[in-house]
Design a protein around this ligand. Structure first.
Ligand SMILES: Nc1ncnc2c1ncn2[C@@H]1O[C@H](COP(=O)(O)OP(=O)(O)O)[C@@H](O)[C@H]1O
Ligand code: SF4
Ligand SMILES: [Mg+2]
Length: 322
């Protein structure tokens, strides 16, 4: 594969809260190649958004990046100055934020918001033809430029957000749950739009979500997050055919299937506290395969023959049915 466009090593982010330090991202490492689609999946609170915001350097003031590296080509994202960040955002790394459709400015037309972005980055010749092209690229008619966000459906607003994210041709696009508020049909259309835009740009994309089914259709590589850690990451096919972390197995087993008369079954138990995480493996209180060792010793990362990285003591042992 080509050299990575984004390379993240041992990223650590913590929030200061009234009840202590919440370590929301604990040693996340991955690379993203041009044209690659990485899906980051995990239940709510597992650190997906915090990871994305850390890379954009858009974390809340209560958050601190406590360690790690993140390189976008030759740029060290974690050391970039505010002026460098203003120049980088949208132009080289862009975010479709969680709840993006609500991030559009309600008092500006969609076209004006795109024009503002061009102007902020000193792009000349923005003009209505260019805006129409951009909108066409996300499946919207030119007339949308004259409309206000409240005049658009959820799917259309999400497409405008994607148009903003791709407007300056970034190398990396981070899309945080871009389809979660949409119905299934529109979800697929919006994802196809994102993929088409990515292919035109040759960009790397990180899609954040909690829907394993959507990841299976979208991603080349899937990373599963649990309590701030990547517990399994690897090629989508290998991960679905032979998941090696019990949590991945449970996420896949919980997918609705046509041949089973049951719909989504959640994973029993609750996500651990980040203020006071369980000792040993953070998944052990919920893990059907846990042994006494799991409560005492945190698993390191094992690298499998297919390149997968898995944080479980028993990653290379025969699967125990979840
Ligand atoms: N602004 C914040 N202040 C304090 N803690 C936060 C804040 N945002 C997120 N967190 C903590 O970080 C954890 C990870 O959150 P987040 O990255 O939003 O998860 P996800 O996107 O996977 O649902 C949460 O469990 C939460 O406790
Ligand atoms: S280390 Fe133990 S508790 Fe953790 S996922 Fe593996 S088997 Fe389960
Ligand atoms: Mg989130």
């Amino acid at each position: 594969m080509a050299d990575p466009v984004l390379s993240v090593r041992d990223l650590q982010v913590a929030f200061t809260t009234p009840r202590g330090l919440a370590r929301a991202v604990r040693g996340v490492s991955f690379t993203l190649a041009p044209g690659e689609r990485l899906g980051l999946v995990g239940e709510s609170g597992s650190g997906k958004t915090t990871t994305a915001l850390a890379l954009m350097r858009l974390l809340a003031p209560s958050a601190r990046i406590e360690g790690g590296q993140a390189r976008l080509d030759e740029t060290d994202l974690l050391a970039a100055t505010p002026a460098q960040l203003r120049a980088l955002r949208f132009a080289r790394i862009a975010l479709v934020p969680q709840g993006a459709m609500n991030s559009l400015n309600p008092v500006l037309t969609c076209g004006a918001q795109i024009e503002d972005l061009f102007a902020a980055h000193g792009v000349r010749g923005g003009g209505s033809a260019r805006i129409a092209d951009l909108l066409a690229g996300v499946g919207l008619e030119a007339g949308v430029a004259r409309m206000y966000p409240h005049q658009l459906s959820g799917g259309m607003k999400q497409r405008v957000c994607i148009a903003l994210a791709i407007a300056l041709g970034p190398r990396v696009i981070l899309a945080d749950e871009p389809t979660s508020a949409l119905d299934v049909i529109v979800q697929k259309q919006v994802l196809r739009t994102l993929i088409a835009a990515q292919n035109r740009l040759g960009a790397g994309v990180i899609l954040v979500g909690h829907d394993m089914g959507l990841m299976a259709q979208f991603a080349h590589t899937v990373g599963v997050m649990y309590a701030g850690r990547l517990v399994e990451i690897g090629p989508v096919r290998a991960l679905f055919q032979d998941p090696r972390h019990p949590y991945t197995r449970m996420l896949i087993a919980s997918l609705p299937r046509f041949d089973r008369r049951r719909s989504f079954v959640g994973i029993p138990g609750v996500a651990p506290s980040l203020l006071d995480p369980p000792p040993g493996c953070p998944f052990h209180p919920r893990c059907p395969a846990a042994t006494p060792r799991c409560a005492a010793e945190a698993p390191g990362e094992q690298v499998l023959a297919d390149g997968r990285r898995v944080r479980c003591h028993y990653a290379t042992e025969p699967a125990i049915a979840a």
